[in-house]
Write a protein that binds this ligand. Structure first.
Ligand code: HEC
Ligand code: HEC
Ligand code: HEC
Length: 384
């Protein structure tokens, strides 16, 4: 009898326990669902606020669907996989110094509270499930680009090819391209020295002026010097002629001469004869200098049509046709745009191409003189 009674109690206890567990579980499941739907609602509001902030502040550079433009593509699975919300948050708050990407956080002088930046991050993150793969070109430091930066920022104090020498005022320039020093100091040392400078001794600090990529290009240049190489910069004669013209318009004859003499060193083709008379006229402060430099600047670069034909066949024919009759690309024989555009402007056009069309830019694949040759060849198709 006793045993039977206990069994009954045990069964009741067991049943009660099961009911209790079930009740607790049910309550827990309900609670999770309730919190989840609350979170979803908050996220939806955050996303809407983020969308509005994005539309008002970011589309001009990053595109209405995050496809990129002046700024990088943000609707990009490669980026979104790599960058956590914290990384996106930090980038938006502090911007990218030395690029046009502004700082948006109030701590950095921007307009947004932390909550607003989180809203934007929520909005950007929502692209992730359907984001396309946008391979962002990996940055490869380039000595020739470094040489262009060197010419613009370092040349005046460190001389041609970093060799130092006479400063033209009775003093000497500090050599950077000095084999003993180049062997003694490694890349990290140069990176630090360039970034920090030696302000007390007249070496400016470049850390807040040059971007990290630009500094890497300079380090690549210094690396090439260490290997005994001479690096030709990517600065075009067109750029130098432009700088000379600007200086002359500002009546700064000294700088005009500086730029024009450098341009002459890398200039080519039939227009080469036009430099020396202009240089003489600037030295003599004659007004003809400005007229002649203005027309040189519009005519530059003048190339060789015969070479240009070969380049055309290799690089342009597939889209514009063997006879310039057009195809994927426009008809070029004849072509009103070519007729109405100066050599200088056609050259700029060829460098960058036309955004959003199959007409790519040729910067980096055709040199200044090759582009000049192609332009000269296109001109032969414009004659009646
Ligand atoms: C004036 C143009 C401009 C505006 C406006 C702008 N950006 Fe940018 N943004 C850039 C550029 C350029 C870069 C790439 C910088 C670099 O070279 O590192 C960039 C980079 C970024 C990156 C890093 C991407 C990566 O590849 O690491 C994020 C995130 C970003 N921007 C978000 C925003 C948001 C959000 C807004 C609006 C609140 C905004 N940007 C507004 C120009 C802009
Ligand atoms: C206004 C003149 C000036 C400019 C511009 C300048 N430098 Fe210097 N730089 C100096 C002087 C002066 C020194 C030597 C400082 C000293 O006495 O220690 C120096 C030293 C250096 C050194 C250390 C050399 C060594 O072996 O001790 C490096 C590297 C260097 N500069 C690189 C650069 C680069 C790269 C740039 C351009 C981004 C640049 N400098 C622009 C004036 C300049
Ligand atoms: C992959 C195809 C392609 C190649 C290769 C190509 N182009 Fe084009 N090009 C185009 C397209 C497409 C356009 C028209 C773009 C547009 O819609 O505005 C164009 C436009 C032009 C124009 C402007 C014409 C006008 O009326 O606005 C010139 C000039 C030109 N190309 C020259 C060249 C030269 C020179 C080369 C070779 C170095 C070249 N293109 C190579 C596709 C190409």
């Amino acid at each position: 009898m006793q045993t039977e009674n206990y069994t009954k109690h045990k069964i009741i206890g067991l049943v009660l326990t099961v009911i209790l567990i079930a009740a607790v579980t049910l309550a827990f499941v309900n609670e999770t669902a309730r919190t989840e739907s609350a979170t979803a609602a908050t996220e939806k509001i955050s996303l809407q606020r983020g969308r509005q902030l994005y539309v008002d502040n970011c589309v001009t550079c990053h595109g209405s669907r995050g496809e990129g433009g002046v700024g990088t593509a943000l609707n990009n699975s490669v980026l979104l996989k790599k960058a956590s919300n914290d990384v996106l948050f930090a980038t938006i708050v502090s911007g990218r110094p030395s690029t046009v990407m502004p700082a948006w956080g109030q701590a950095y002088g921007g307009a947004f509270t932390d909550e607003q930046v989180r809203d934007i991050v929520t909005f950007i993150r929502a692209w992730e499930p359907k984001a396309p793969v946008v391979e962002v070109g990996v940055f490869v430091p380039d000595a020739a680009r470094g040489a262009s930066i060197y010419e613009a920022s370092c040349f005046t104090c460190h001389g041609e090819n970093g060799k130092g020498g006479d400063d033209g005022k009775g003093g000497t320039l500090v050599a950077v391209n000095n084999s003993a020093k180049l062997v003694k100091n490694d890349d990290a040392w140069y990176q630090q020295t360039i970034s920090n400078g030696r302000p007390a001794k007249g070496m400016p600090s470049w850390g807040s002026v040059l971007s990290a990529n630009q500094t890497s290009d300079l380090i690549a240049l210094i690396g090439a010097w260490r290997n005994g190489e001479t690096v030709v910069s990517k600065t075009t004669a067109a750029q130098l002629i432009n700088s000379a013209l600007f200086s002359l318009q500002e009546k700064d004859n000294e700088d005009a001469l500086f730029y024009l003499k450098r341009a002459k060193k890398i200039a080519f083709g039939p227009a080469l004869d036009r430099f020396e008379p202009i240089i003489k006229n600037i030295e003599a402060d004659k007004p003809a200098a400005l007229t002649d430099l203005t027309s040189l600047s519009a005519d530059w670069p003048i190339g060789d049509a015969v070479n240009g034909e070969t380049i055309y066949v290799d690089a342009c024919k597939s889209c514009h046709g063997g006879e310039g009759q057009g195809g994927v690309g426009r008809k070029l024989k004849p072509n009103v745009f070519v007729q109405d555009t100066t050599n200088a402007d056609l050259f700029q056009f060829m460098l960058v191409g036309r955004n959003g069309t199959a007409m790519r830019g040729w910067d980096g694949s055709l040199t200044e003189s090759q582009l000049a040759d192609v332009i000269a060849f296109l001109r032969t198709w414009q004659q009646p």
